[in-house]
Design a protein around this ligand. Structure first.
Ligand SMILES: C[S@@+](CC[C@H](N)C(=O)[O-])C[C@H]1O[C@@H](n2cnc3c(N)ncnc32)[C@H](O)[C@@H]1O
Length: 201
């Protein structure tokens, strides 16, 4: 589901970019640590600030990133115009990622999955394209925020079958992930890191 105009204004401004880099990404960094370079995927990349954070803070080498909204991808192309050698952007849906199984070393999601009606299908697709031994870094918005009377009125989110921290952990585990770390703020925002195990033997 694309963002309504209010959420677009909340997402695409310089203050959010600072909070994204210095607060949100730090929570994930303290849970999952830096990467060892490699190829990362970002789902629902919005205007592209997250891609910069992946490279500058998490030390990812190359990034593939997509968003459902073509206008977000236009903004991201402009935002990332000096990184085009290491960044590949497209319009796409997290429930149908155009990549082979086991493609990515790391996968990042900054707040896209709660916009997906079938969020478990998104987790399955992320699991499919992550390499064995790879790690996911997820920041998500919990049900308490989504059903809050004020946010419900001004923002547009799927309302049915949302998740709290424990339900999202269960979704990750049922998909096959090994959950490594969780954190939450006001029971509204949550951070998760989890791994796809290497095949035995
Ligand atoms: C809350 S915004 C976050 C954007 C960006 N990750 C950030 O932190 O600034 C959620 C983004 O997810 C995108 N989105 C929603 N549903 C999606 C889907 N099924 N597949 C890919 N992107 C999706 C929206 O268009 C929007 O850009």
């Amino acid at each position: 589901m694309e963002l309504n105009i209010v959420e677009k204004l909340l997402m695409n401004n310089p203050i959010r970019a600072l909070v994204h880099r210095h607060f949100e990404a730090r929570r994930l960094l303290s849970l999952g640590g830096k990467t060892n370079g490699g190829l990362a995927l970002e789902t629902g990349c919005g205007q592209g600030i997250g891609v910069k954070i992946l490279q500058d803070v998490f030390k990812v080498q190359r990034v593939h990133a997509f968003d459902l909204d073509p206008r977000m991808i236009s903004r991201a192309r402009h935002q990332l115009r000096d990184r085009e050698d290491s960044v590949n952007l497209w319009v796409g849906d997290v429930t149908a990622i155009p990549a082979r199984d086991n493609t990515y070393d790391h996968i990042f999601d900054f707040g896209a999955i709660h916009h997906v009606v079938d969020w478990r299908a998104a987790l399955k697709e992320i699991y499919r394209v992550l390499k064995p031994g790879g790690r996911i870094y997820i920041e998500e918005i919990l049900e308490k925020y989504i059903v809050h009377p004020i946010f419900r009125r001004i923002l547009e989110h799927p309302q049915h079958d949302r998740f709290n921290l424990q339900e999202f952990v269960q979704g990750l585990q049922e998909t096959g992930f090994i959950v490594r770390g969780t954190d939450q703020f006001m029971e509204m925002y949550a951070w998760f890191t989890a791994d796809k195990s290497e095949p035995a033997g």
